[in-house]
Structure formats: structure tokens, C-alpha cells
Design a protein around this ligand. Structure first.
Ligand SMILES: O=c1ccn([C@H]2C[C@H](O)[C@@H](CO)O2)c(=O)[nH]1
Length: 161
């Protein structure tokens, strides 16, 4: 059992990086986050789709992490901007995502794709604030009834036939 799955087993509300005392949407500098997403979008490698994406998130220690999409000639293995963002989060010290925004080719808000909602849930949990074209909403609205780390507490151990 890993340290994280032990923590998940001990606390049903566990998710990595959880802290008390969350900031509300009004405490977040969304303009700065959007600017960071627009800036990193310029680094996207999207020669196949022509659809550059930039993502930026505020971490609970105040730093901002970003990511851009990186495509591949083997289309299916392309990486979304959120993949780069969560990699950067972990590479630069970990922590919990507090607020997230993503922009598409026009620099305007873009909803994270289905898989990336799960990536974001892992590191932001249900309270992560997400900017959408219709306002700022918690992750519970973006990924309702989410499967998450705490569900793994029901594991029965390795099986094979
Ligand atoms: O949330 C999303 C949705 C799409 N893309 C990328 C994947 C692909 O490179 C391009 C077109 O789907 O946009 C992201 O980076 N994040």
C-alpha cells in the first residue's frame, strides 16, 4: 500500500494536498491566471490540430503552475495542456490546486476535456475553482459524482487468475 492509499483508507475525504481554509473565488487573481494561460499557450506544440491550448493554476502556496498541449505524429498520444500543468505542479514541489483556468486558440476560456477533469480532481479535489465561459464554478460542477483517490480505500488487494 502506498502512503497515499493508506491516507485515503484512513480518511474518506482524503485527496493529495488537501488543506483547510480555502480561498473564495473573489480572493483569486483570475486576470493574472488568464494571462499566464495565454502566455504558455504560445509555447504549445499543436501542428496537427492547429488548436493551441494554455492552462494555468494557482497552488495553495501561492505559486502559479502552467502547461501547454504537446501533440504527436501518433495522434492518440498527444498531451493536453493539463498534463503539462500537473507534471509541473509535482516537479516544482507539489501542493494542492486552488484555482484553474484554461484558454483555447482565441485566448478565451476553454473547458478541460473529460480525462483532464480527472487529472485536475486528483490535485485539486472537489473544491478546486474552475473558470468557465459561464463563470467560476467548483470542481463538483465540472466533474459531478467524481471517482477519486478515496474510492481506492475499497481495494481488496492485488488479484489475478
Ligand atoms: O482540455 C483540453 C482540451 C483539448 N486540449 C488539446 C488537445 C489537442 O492537442 C487539442 C485539440 O483537441 O487541444 C487540451 O490541451 N486540453
Amino acid at each position: 500500500m502506498t502512503e497515499q492509499s493508506q491516507a485515503a483508507a484512513a480518511d474518506p475525504d482524503f485527496y493529495p494536498g488537501r488543506v483547510a481554509g480555502d480561498a473564495g473565488p473573489e480572493q483569486i487573481d483570475w486576470t493574472a491566471l488568464r494571462a499566464a494561460a495565454r502566455l504558455i499557450k504560445e509555447k504549445a506544440y499543436a501542428p496537427y490540430s492547429g488548436f493551441p491550448v494554455g492552462a494555468a493554476a494557482l497552488v495553495d502556496d501561492g505559486r502559479i503552475v502552467t502547461g501547454c498541449n504537446v501533440e504527436n505524429a501518433s495522434y492518440g498520444v498527444g498531451l493536453c495542456a493539463e498534463c503539462g500543468l500537473v507534471s509541473s505542479l509535482n516537479a516544482t514541489g507539489g501542493g494542492r490546486l486552488v484555482a484553474f483556468t484554461c484558454v483555447g486558440p482565441d485566448g478565451e476560456s476553454l473547458m478541460p476535456c473529460g480525462r483532464c477533469r480527472q487529472l485536475l480532481y486528483e490535485f485539486g479535489g472537489p473544491e478546486l475553482l474552475v473558470e468557465t465561459s459561464h463563470g467560476i464554478v467548483p470542481m463538483t460542477q465540472v466533474l459531478p459524482d467524481a471517482f477519486g483517490p478515496s474510492d481506492l480505500s475499497r481495494a481488496t488487494g492485488p488479484t489475478h487468475t
